[in-house]
Write a protein that binds this ligand. Structure first.
Ligand code: NAD
Ligand code: TYD
Length: 339
């Protein structure tokens, strides 16, 4: 297998490259990544020396870079995206550009290159809020409510259109909230772990009663690998662990594992359009033989330990351009916060 991994220097992509080298030892892998604020070659430490891995710095929105990189690959996986809801609320433009237009440019190149399989990594957020006790399957309506979710839904629809119109051999996975090593510390779990380790406030949006289905990154990568191998072309597969937790309970678990002071918790103004609950029916992916191997308790313990052991990695990030985002997102909220 000759695999091109777009966005392979990000959180899930870099974990996937490691997974792929073990799962398909005879494969060669090209990591194609723009290295935006979220991309980091340190995420591929120990991997870039592997003779099976090549790194290309490139933008999926650039047709010339993409059409130079895609030929000679049998499989393409697209992780490349702008991926954070709060940033999409502050500045939606880059989301529409990368998550929709970048996807179209990759699909065009896949169409011309006769690839065997193109897999688009998408998200459960395209379904929007799911009222309890419902779980949504792949035929459920797309009701995205943030610019991030809307852009990802646009990407999914283009993928399906390229399958129907041009017979591009596509697959889509819609993963649940993912956590684990190498996650950029803007998302809930890594932000709160690192804030605990620095004795900084933990900004909980609204009442903290929102529910998410937490998927450990190794289980997510295994799900993507399973769909790439065994999924039916043209189909979409939900990937979730059915570990449904309220945000406030996740925060308590982080406080307990990191030994931080519970008085760090601050209730801040809610995120606009905040989805209350995500919940997936994953029977279609499980029918391919995919199973979840990590409990939320084990995954969270491994993740807290990883951030404790990799302070240099996240301190370098938090001391860079992250500071400007943090100030724009949290300074006012924290000034007006309640315990
Ligand atoms: P991330 O933000 O950590 O990484 C994104 C990567 O894409 C970075 O390496 C970045 O440099 C690269 N990139 C961004 N724009 C690019 C461009 N124009 N050209 C080339 N590379 C570009 O994201 P992540 O959390 O690893 O998410 C990966 C994928 O999985 C995304 O498509 C996301 O929508 C999806 N997803 C994420 C989650 C989650 O909880 N993190 C859950 C489900 C699905
Ligand atoms: P996040 O990790 O941003 O993922 P998503 O928005 O894609 O689900 O957020 C997870 C949950 O945590 C979500 O309900 C928003 C909430 N949250 C906070 O309460 N405070 C924060 O600072 C962040 C980043 C998220």
């Amino acid at each position: 297998m000759k695999l091109l991994v777009a966005g392979g220097a990000g959180f899930i992509g870099s974990n996937f490259v490691r997974h792929a080298l073990t799962r398909w030892p005879g494969s060669s892998i090209t990591v194609f990544d723009k290295l935006t604020y979220a991309g980091n070659l340190e995420n591929l430490e120990g991997v870039l020396d592997d003779p099976r891995v090549t790194f290309v710095q490139g933008d999926i929105c650039s047709p010339s870079s993409v059409s130079a990189a895609v030929p000679r690959h049998s499989h393409i996986i697209n992780f490349a995206a702008e991926s954070h809801v709060d940033r999409s609320i502050l500045e939606p433009d880059a989301f529409v550009k990368t998550d929709i237009e970048g996807t179209r440019i990759l699909l065009e190149a896949a169409k011309g290159a006769n690839v065997e399989r193109y897999l688009q990594v998408s998200t459960d957020e395209v379904y929007g809020h799911i009222p309890a006790p419902q779980r949504i399957n792949e035929d459920g309506p797309l009701r995205p409510r943030s610019p991030y979710a809307a852009s990802k839904a646009g990407g999914d629809l283009l993928v399906n259109a390229y399958h129907a119109t041009y017979n591009v051999p596509t697959l889509v996975t819609r993963g649940a909230n993912t956590y684990g090593p190498y996650q950029y510390p803007e998302k809930l779990i890594p932000l709160f772990i690192t804030n605990c380790l620095e004795h900084l406030p933990l900004p909980v949006y609204g009442d903290g009663m929102q529910a998410r289905d937490w998927l450990f990154v190794k289980d997510h990568c295994n799900g993507i690998g399973t769909v790439l191998e065994r999924g039916q072309l043209g189909e979409t597969y939900n990937l979730g662990a059915s570990h449904e937790w309220l945000n406030r309970d996740v925060v308590d678990a982080i406080l307990e594992r990191s030994g931080a002071d519970p008085s760090l918790v601050r209730h801040v103004h809610d995120r606009p359009g905040h989805d209350r609950r995500y919940a997936l029916d994953t029977s279609k992916a499980r029918a391919l033989g995919w199973t979840i191997e990590t409990t939320f308790e084990d995954g969270l313990a491994q993740t807290v330990d990883w951030y404790e052991d990799h302070r240099d990695w996240w301190k370098r990030i938090k001391e860079g351009s992250f500071k400007d985002f943090y100030a724009a997102q949290y300074d006012r909220r924290l000034a007006e916060s309640l315990p």
